[in-house]
Design a protein around this ligand. Structure first.
Ligand SMILES: *[C@@H]1O[C@H](CO)[C@@H](O)[C@H](O)[C@H]1NC(C)=O
Ligand SMILES: *[C@@H]1O[C@H](CO)[C@@H](O)[C@H](O)[C@H]1NC(C)=O
Ligand SMILES: *[C@@H]1O[C@H](CO)[C@@H](O)[C@H](O)[C@H]1NC(C)=O
Ligand SMILES: *[C@@H]1O[C@H](CO)[C@@H](O)[C@H](O)[C@H]1NC(C)=O
Ligand SMILES: *[C@@H]1O[C@H](CO)[C@@H](O)[C@H](O)[C@H]1NC(C)=O
Ligand SMILES: *[C@@H]1O[C@H](CO)[C@@H](O)[C@H](O)[C@H]1NC(C)=O
Ligand SMILES: *[C@@H]1O[C@H](CO)[C@@H](O)[C@H](O)[C@H]1NC(C)=O
Length: 475
C-alpha cells in the first residue's frame, strides 16, 4: 500500500521532451559558452540539469544559473555543505534521493532561490536527526520528501520555517517521538499531509494530536508503527474512521498495535474485540457551524492549542456579552474546561459565538456559527419531502392509468401517438415517452395490434420508493 504513495512520487519525474534534446544538442555541439557551465558527464537541457548515477561525492561546484530542476539522484553525496546551491535564482526542484546524506550544514540552501524552491527530495538517505536549522532558508518549500532515512528525532523547531509546506513525508524512519505541538492552527496553514507511517512511535500524545487543525489530522498517517494498544489510542482512530479520513480508508489493515503476548501486533480495525472493554472517549472537536432545534441543549467546546498551564477561557455571545465562569445564570453555563452550555436554545441565541483563550504569552480566538431552527422550519421540511414522494406516486399512477385507458389502441402499424400529458418527448418520436417509462428495452414493432406492452415488473419503475429520486424518471 505504501508503495502506492512513493510510487506516485516517482511518477512525477519529468522526462526530457524532444525539444529539450534539441537544446541539449545545441549546448553540447554549438554553444561552447553554455557547455562550459554544464558539469562534465551531466546532461543539461533547457532548464534541467541531470547528474544522476555518476558516483558524485559532492554537489558539483559550478552549476548553470538557469536551472529550474536539479537532479542529483543516485550518487554518493554525504553532506550538503554551506551554500551548495548558491546562485541558482530559478531553482524550484531539487532531487537528492538515493544518496548517503548524513548531515546538512547550516546555510546549505542559503542564497539559492529560497522562496522559489518548492520540492526537495531527500528520500533514501542516511539522515538521523532533523536539526533546527536544516530547512531555515526554504520558506517557499511545499513538498519535503524524507522517507526511508534513519531519522530518530525531529527537533522541535525543524519545521518552523516551512511556512508554506503542503506535504511532509517521513515514513520508513526510526522515529519514536514527533513534535506535534510545533504544528498549530496558523503555523503551517497549507499543511495537508504528514506521513509518519512505518516508524517506531510507541505512544501518541493524544492531546497534541487532537489539537492539530482538522486539515492536518485528515492528512496524518500513523499506520504500521509500534503503538501500544490502549483505549485512548483506539478511540482516536475510531474517531478518524467516523470522520472518514483517507488514512483509515486506504490503510485500514495496516493499523496495528502491540499487545503483550501477540508478537506481530493486533490489526485493530479487523480484530476490535480486544477493545470491547473500552469506553470510547468522546474526542472533542468543534465544527464551525452548528444547527440545533429550538429547546434543545447545546454544548460548544472551546478548542485551543495553547498548552501553557491552565489557559483562561472567555466566550463572547452574539449579544456581545462576556461569559466567564462562574457567571452562570441557569440558561447559559460555562464549565472550567472552557465548554459553554446553552441549556435550552432559543431562536435569539443564533449567531456567532467567539471563544477566546489566553495563556502567559499568547491569545487565541475561535468562532462557532450557531443556527437555532424554529420548529416550523423542520415540520415544513418533513412535509415537503413527504409531499414530493406522494406526488411522485400519484403522478406515476395517473400516467399508467392514462396509458391503459385513454390511449387509442387500434393502430395497426404504429404505437399510439403520445397524448397531451405525455407529449414532452416529442422529438424522440412517437411512443418513446411511454416506452421509457414502461419498458426497460426499446419497444419492438412485432407486438400484435392493440397489445399493451406491460412488463411484469412495472411497479419497480414507479418512484414510490422514498429512497430513490423521482425527478430523474419523469422530469
Ligand atoms: C548571500 O546571502 C547573504 C545573506 O543571506 C548576503 O549577505 C550575501 O551577499 C549573499 N551572497 C550572494 C552571492 O548573493
Ligand atoms: C497557503 O496558505 C495561505 C494562507 O492561508 C494562502 O493565502 C495561500 O493561498 C496558500 N497557498 C496555496 C498554494 O495553497
Ligand atoms: C512496516 O514497518 C516496518 C518497520 O518499520 C517495515 O520494515 C515494513 O516494511 C513496514 N511495512 C510496510 C507495509 O510498509
Ligand atoms: C443569562 O445570561 C445570558 C447572557 O449573559 C442572557 O442572555 C440570558 O437572558 C440570561 N438568562 C437569565 C435567565 O437571566
Ligand atoms: C467540559 O466539561 C463538561 C462538564 O463536565 C463536559 O460536558 C464537556 O464535555 C467538557 N468539555 C470538554 C472539551 O472536554
Ligand atoms: C491578549 O488579549 C488581551 C485582551 O484583548 C490583551 O490585553 C493581552 O495583551 C493579549 N495578550 C497577548 C499576549 O497578546
Ligand atoms: C451562519 O450560518 C447561517 C445559516 O447557515 C448563515 O445564513 C450565516 O450566513 C452564517 N453566518 C456567518 C457569519 O457565516
Amino acid at each position: 500500500m505504501l508503495g502506492g504513495l512513493t510510487g506516485f512520487l516517482h511518477g512525477v519525474e519529468p522526462t526530457a521532451s524532444p525539444w529539450s534534446v534539441v537544446v541539449l544538442m545545441f549546448c553540447l555541439n554549438l554553444g561552447p559558452a553554455q557547455a562550459s557551465t554544464c558539469p562534465s558527464q551531466c546532461l543539461c537541457t533547457s532548464d534541467l540539469l541531470s547528474c544522476t548515477d555518476l558516483g558524485l561525492a559532492q554537489v558539483p561546484e559550478v552549476l548553470p544559473v538557469f536551472i529550474v530542476t536539479l537532479d542529483l539522484n543516485h550518487n554518493r553525496i554525504v553532506q550538503l555543505e554551506e551554500e551548495s546551491f548558491e546562485g541558482l535564482p530559478h531553482l524550484e526542484m531539487l532531487r537528492l534521493a538515493h544518496n548517503q546524506v548524513t548531515s546538512i550544514q547550516s546555510g546549505a540552501f542559503r542564497n539559492s532561490s529560497g522562496s522559489l524552491l518548492r520540492h526537495l527530495d531527500l528520500s533514501s538517505n542516511q539522515l538521523m536527526v532533523l536539526e533546527q536549522h536544516y530547512f531555515q532558508d526554504l520558506p517557499g518549500l511545499q513538498e519535503l520528501l524524507l522517507f526511508n532515512n534513519r531519522i530518530v528525532r525531529v527537533e522541535t523547531g525543524a519545521l518552523n520555517h516551512l511556512k508554506n509546506i503542503h506535504k511532509v513525508y517521513l515514513s520508513h524512519n526510526l522515529l519514536t517521538t514527533f513534535p506535534f505541538f510545533s504544528i498549530q492552527k496558523h503555523s503551517h496553514p497549507n499543511l495537508t499531509m504528514l506521513d509518519l507511517s512505518s516508524n517506531r512511535l510507541p505512544k501518541l500524545p493524544l492531546k497534541d494530536i487532537s489539537n492539530l487543525p482538522q486539515s492536518v489530522q485528515e492528512g496524518l498517517y500513523l499506520h504500521n508503527n509500534s503503538l501500544l494498544c490502549d483505549c485512548s489510542m483506539y478511540s482516536l482512530f475510531r474517531f478518524w474512521e467516523q470522520m472518514d479520513f483517507a488514512s483509515i480508508r486506504f490503510f485500514r489493515q495496516e493499523h496495528v498495535c502491540l499487545l503483550y503476548g501477540i508478537p506481530r501486533g493486533v490489526r485493530f480495525f479487523l480484530y476490535n474485540r480486544f477493545f470491547d472493554g473500552c469506553r470510547l472517549l468522546e474526542l472533542k472537536q468543534q465544527s464551525r457551524d452548528v444547527s440545533v432545534r429550538a429547546g434543545a441543549r447545546l454544548l460548544l467546546h472551546c478548542i485551543t492549542s495553547l498548552s501553557g498551564t491552565r489557559p483562561a477561557f472567555f466566550w463572547l455571545a452574539p449579544n456581545s456579552e462576556y461569559v466567564t465562569p462562574p457567571g452562570n445564570n441557569g440558561s447559559l453555563n460555562m464549565f472550567p474546561n472552557g465548554s459553554l452550555e446553552i441549556v435550552a436554545a432559543r431562536e435569539e441565541d443564533s449567531g456567532i459565538y467567539l471563544c477566546m483563550t489566553q495563556d502567559q504569552d499568547r491569545n487565541e480566538t475561535g468562532e462557532v456559527n450557531v443556527t437555532v431552527l424554529r420548529h416550523e422550519d423542520e415540520a415544513h421540511e418533513h412535509f415537503n419531502t413527504g409531499f414530493t414522494t406522494l406526488l411522485g406516486c400519484v403522478v406515476s399512477l395517473l400516467l399508467v392509468l392514462m396509458y391503459l385507458y385513454l390511449t387509442p389502441c387500434r393502430c395497426p402499424k404504429h404505437l399510439p401517438p403520445p397524448t397531451a400529458a405525455l407529449s414532452r418527448g416529442k422529438e424522440a418520436g412517437p411512443g418513446s415517452a411511454q416506452s421509457s417509462i414502461l419498458t426497460p428495452t426499446p419497444p419492438t414493432t412485432t407486438e400484435g395490434p392493440g397489445r399493451k406492452m406491460f412488463p411484469s415488473n412495472i411497479f419497480s419503475f414507479l418512484p414510490c420508493d422514498t429512497s430513490k429520486p423521482t425527478d430523474s424518471l419523469y422530469l
